[in-house]
Write a protein that binds this ligand. Structure first.
Ligand code: ZN
Length: 321
């Protein structure tokens, strides 16, 4: 038997077959049409599901449930997506529109929560408290305590990216200033690298992006760091400094057993993790405690969102709805 997981992102939508061992056995990705209404989105997602099943010879009797991870607040009471910058027209009851097209139970959840759930489900030994920060276009997070996702009174809990780390700092998409997201997203890292290389024509970053700053991405910044480029070392070190401020804040509040770094940047965890471990240890209030939060890097990479969405059934069995 399989569950189907769907990860709706700002640029792409991936649907996958998730087996009972939490493995993603097949997937299909399409580009996100940001102009879609909720009705259009529901039709697009169900078409994607049908194609995924047909291409893999899977019949309806082999499917248990369908879970969808969406950007913004996935309000499980109303079935609507709230505050999704990437999907401005997707207003309406997306969950009910999906449910109307299938007899399979539909679950829907915030994308960072779904990714955290996926990563948590993949762990052999489940920690009592778990937090995953997803570093991508923005900074998202999912918090799991005693096997349950922390959703808050309005399903908007865990928005770690919008905690300020600098009073009156740089503007953030949410309307505030100085949010962690404005300093620690992949986009913020790229913007900082572009600014730094403008002042250093000799930086290796120029060669790595073929002399075109439009080609810059997070991986190239870490590649240059690995090769000892001074500009990249400065940019990455500053990035780790900002990120550690946010992580220390959240550790001080929640003291989770395990804090996992996910998203595209986690691919450079070999560089980032040691930088963070040192800085976070210096900053946390509990630095003298016998036991402290363990920092790790996500294992599932970009598959966490699809796998987690596919396994929302198990999350919701534990959840008060
Ligand atoms: Zn913000």
């Amino acid at each position: 038997m399989y569950d189907i997981g769907i990860d709706v992102g700002g640029t792409g939508i991936t649907a996958g077959l998730v087996d009972d061992a939490c493995r993603l056995t097949a997937r299909k990705t399409i580009a996100t049409d940001r102009e879609l209404t909720a009705q259009g989105m529901a039709e697009t997602l169900m078409r994607l599901v049908r194609e995924l099943m047909a291409e893999n010879g899977v019949t309806s009797s082999k499917i248990r449930t369908i879970g969808v991870g969406v950007p913004g607040t996935a309000n499980a009471s109303t079935g609507r997506i709230e505050y999704a910058n990437n999907l401005p027209f997707c207003q309406g009851n997306l969950r009910d529109l999906l449910q109307a097209q299938t007899s399979k139970k539909i679950y829907f959840e915030n994308d960072a929560n779904a990714a955290a759930w996926g990563e948590y489900m993949s762990l052999d030994k489940k920690p009592e408290s778990f937090l995953m920060v997803t570093l991508g276009t923005g900074v998202g997070a999912g918090i799991i305590q005693d096997g349950k996702l922390l959703r808050g009174v309005n399903y908007a809990a865990g928005e770690l990216g919008h905690m300020t780390i600098r009073y009156n700092g740089v503007p953030c998409n949410c309307g505030r200033r100085g949010c962690l997201e404005a300093y620690a997203s992949a986009e913020a890292l790229i913007a900082r690298a572009r600014k730094a290389m403008d002042k250093k024509r000799e930086s290796l970053l120029w060669a790595l992006c073929d002399e075109n700053q439009g080609n810059m991405n997070a991986k190239l910044v870490f590649d240059a760091y690995r090769r000892g480029d001074k500009t990249a070392v400065k940019v990455v070190t500053k990035y780790a400094e900002y990120l550690s401020e946010g992580l220390a804040n959240v550790i001080n509040i929640l003291q989770p057993e395990l804090l996992c770094i996910g998203g595209g940047i986690s691919r450079s965890g070999d560089i980032l993790l040691p930088l963070l471990q040192d800085r976070v240890r210096e900053k946390i209030y509990s630095r003298d405690s016998a036991k402290n939060t363990e920092l790790t890097v996500a294992k599932l990479d970009n598959d966490a969102g699809v796998i987690g969405a596919g396994k929302l059934r198990l999350c919701n069995e534990n959840q008060r709805l």
